[in-house]
Design a protein around this ligand. Structure first.
Ligand code: COA
Ligand code: AMP
Length: 244
C-alpha cells in the first residue's frame, strides 16, 4: 500500500491537509487529482507518497453521538462530564478546556498538532509545545461506503468530510493508547467539536466555541509511561478503519 499525503501553504501558513492509504498506483493518480483540488487558495502544495510495508486494521470506528447546546458553557460542562466517564479528573479536563480557549501554543495561537496531557497531573508531555504531535497514516478501508452510510444517517454534507477525517483520527488515537481526546477546530466558522474515548465513543458537541473565534486544537489525555511507543504509533503506524 501507499501513504498519500497533501499539505498546502499560503503566505507560509498551513492552510489545508489531507491523506489517504491506497492500494494501487492508479488510485494514487486519481486521488492526487482529487486532493490537490481541496485547498481553496494556496502558494504551494506538497504531495508526499510513501510505500507502506505493514497495515493494521481496526474493525469498527468509535460510535458516533451528537449533542447540541444553547451556549458554550453548557457544552463545556457536558464535555467535562463525558471526560469524567473516561476517568479524566474534572480539574484536568478544565485545564484542557482553558488551554484550547486561550490558544495552546505558548507563543500564542494554535499549534501544528495535538497537546499530550498527563491524565494524572495535567502536565504537558509533548516534546515540542508549538508543534505538538500529529496523528497520521490513517484512513478508511472503504471511504465511499462510510460516506454513504453517514449521509443515510442524516449527517449533513457540510459536516461529512471533517467527520470522516476526525472520526478515523480519533479511532486511531484510541487504538494507539490515547485514553481520551478533546477537540475543536481552529476554523472560525466551525464550532462543532468533540470528546472521544474507548468507552464514551465519539461525541460531537456544538458549540465548543463562539462563532468567529480562530483558536482551536486537540488535547490527548495520556499516561506518562510508554509515551515513546504511543508517539511512534500515532505518527508512524498505518491504520485502516474498516467500518462504522
Ligand atoms: N497543521 C499545521 N501545520 C502542518 C500540519 C497541520 N495539520 N501538517 C503539516 N504541517 C506543516 C508543518 O509546518 C510541518 O512541519 P512540522 O513537522 O515542523 O510541524 C510541515 O507542514 C511538514 O509536515 P509533515 O508532517 O511532513 O506533513 P505530512 O506530509 O506528513 O502531512 C498531513 C501531514 C497534512 C497529512 C496532516 O497534518 C493532515 O492534515 N492530515 C489530514 C487531516 C486531518 O487529519 N486533520 C485533522 C482531523 S479533522
Ligand atoms: P482542525 O480540526 O483541522 O481544525 O484542527 C484543529 C487542531 O488540531 C489544529 O489546530 C492542530 O492543533 C490539531 N491538528 C491538526 N491536524 C492534526 C493531526 N493530524 N493530528 C493531531 N492534531 C492535529
Amino acid at each position: 500500500m501507499y501513504s498519500l499525503r497533501m499539505r498546502a501553504e499560503k503566505e507560509g501558513m498551513h492552510v489545508s491537509g489531507a491523506e489517504r492509504l491506497v492500494e494501487t498506483i492508479q488510485e494514487v493518480q486519481k486521488l492526487t487529482r482529487e486532493l490537490i483540488k481541496r485547498p481553496k487558495a494556496f502558494d504551494k502544495i506538497v504531495i508526499t507518497l510513501e510505500k507502506v510495508e505493514k497495515i493494521e486494521t481496526v474493525p469498527k470506528a468509535l460510535t458516533i453521538y451528537s449533542y447540541d447546546f444553547k451556549c458554550v458553557e453548557d457544552a463545556h460542562n457536558f464535555a467535562v462530564e463525558k471526560l469524567k466517564e473516561e476517568g479524566i479528573k474534572e480539574e484536568v479536563a478544565r485545564l484542557a478546556l482553558e488551554l484550547l480557549k486561550n490558544g495552546p501554543n505558548p507563543k500564542g495561537g494554535n499549534m501544528r498538532g495535538a497537546v499530550l496531557m498527563d491524565v494524572e497531573t495535567g502536565e504537558r508531555l509533548e516534546p515540542d509545545k508549538e508543534r505538538g504531535i500529529r496523528t497520521v497514516r490513517v484512513d478508511w478501508k472503504n471511504r465511499r461506503s462510510i460516506e454513504q452510510r453517514l449521509k443515510e444517517r442524516g449527517i449533513k454534507r457540510y459536516y461529512i468530510n471533517r467527520l470522516l477525517d476526525a472520526l478515523a483520527l480519533a479511532t486511531k488515537n484510541v487504538y494507539c493508547g490515547v485514553i481520551s481526546e478533546l477537540c475543536w477546530s481552529d476554523d472560525p466558522d466551525y464550532t462543532t467539536g468533540y470528546v472521544a474515548g474507548k468507552n464514551i465513543g465519539y461525541i460531537r458537541i456544538k458549540p465548543m466555541k463562539e462563532y468567529g473565534v480562530p483558536l482551536g486544537g486537540r488535547v490527548y489525555f495520556v499516561r506518562k509511561d510508554n509515551l515513546h511507543q504511543l508517539i511512534e504509533c500515532l505518527e508512524k503506524r498505518s491504520v485502516l478503519v474498516e467500518g462504522l
